[in-house]
Design a protein around this ligand. Structure first.
Ligand code: SF4
Length: 299
């Protein structure tokens, strides 16, 4: 529960507030842009009170996603419909309830007749699990890398799901049923291809689903400010050069939507993806990691 006694001093007066236990994971600002913003230290504060029902719904989503439960209100009635799972596009739902142990990483449920996929893991809450039950449960838990495991074991146990992870990350998920090694893509279920993308960590992988959705962990995200597919230089723990190679490997895929663990998801569009991705790896090598943030607007 959000702490009114620790409300951020910049919170605009009104029903909603953000407390100062924030860890600057950016999630709230992604769900409620313009309503929640960052101060000079990266802490979120309530920049504007909601004016419409949709803005209030956005704040409820931010509140339910926030890993520190820092977003609250004084007396707004909770909606009858829970904020999550929240459909981003037909077949892909954001799970919200981002876990602090994964620094607030996003997770997703892909609903499909062949068996649902849980990509990375939200907190395991009974109320959320009951909604996943109603959507058909989970057949496969797909782990992008070691940082975003969170409550994956509890989700897998609930449904008897198979759990996939790369061998280089397997110590973070000893409960995994399927450990994949090597650098070649492998089909792990019908229409689901695991693509090794070392860089952020040594065993990071992406999951390419239904030939149009790409779940990228912390390897690739949509940068709305630059309107570009982008990488995180400061969070590249393993190798910038290997990450550039991995971007080359992803460039040949057919992708309409990108769903990252951190950063913004987005309907990139197949043509934008095909236009931008072949340049990303070469740009990374040319500009370098240390200059990446300050680079001028690219083509
Ligand atoms: S989701 Fe919570 S912890 Fe993350 S930036 Fe927003 S208020 Fe801070």
């Amino acid at each position: 529960m959000a702490r009114l006694d620790q409300a951020h001093p910049l919170d605009l007066a009104g029903e909603w507030f953000v407390d100062t236990r924030c860890i600057d994971c950016d999630v709230a600002r992604q769900w409620a842009p313009g309503l929640i913003e960052a101060d000079g230290d990266g802490l979120s504060y309530l920049a504007r009170q909601p004016r419409t029902a949709e803005e209030e719904a956005a704040l409820w989503r931010a509140a339910e996603a926030c890993p520190t439960q820092s977003i609250g209100n004084r007396s707004v009635r909770r909606p009858a419909e829970p904020a999550f799972p929240h459909e981003l596009t037909p077949g892909v739902l954001a799970m919200g309830h981002n876990d602090r142990s994964s620094f607030g990483a996003h997770s997703y449920l892909v609903v499909r007749p062949e068996g649902n996929l849980l990509v990375d893991s939200p907190r395991h809450l009974r109320s959320l699990a009951e909604r996943v039950d109603a959507l058909g449960g989970v057949a496969h838990v797909l782990l992008s890398h070691r940082d975003d495991v969170a409550d994956a074991e509890r989700w897998a146990d609930r449904y008897g799901a198979r759990v996939w992870i790369h061998a280089a990350e397997a110590d973070a998920a000893p409960f995994a049923t399927d450990v994949v090694d090597g650098t070649d893509p492998i089909e792990v279920a019908a229409g689901v291809v695991l693509v090794p993308v070392p860089g952020h960590t040594r065993g990071s992988v992406a999951f390419h689903v239904a030939d149009r959705w790409l779940f990228t962990g912390d390897s690739l995200h949509w940068n709305p400010r630059r309107r570009r597919l982008d990488v995180f230089p400061r969070q590249t723990w393993y190798s910038w050069d290997r990450l550039a190679d991995s971007m080359d490997a992803l460039a040949g895929l057919s992708v309409e939507w990108v769903f990252p663990g951190h950063g913004m998801w987005g309907e990139v569009g197949a043509s934008t993806y095909a236009e931008q991705m072949p340049a990303l790896g070469p740009d990374m090598r040319r500009i370098g990691r240390s200059a990446w943030h300050g680079r001028p607007q690219l083509r």
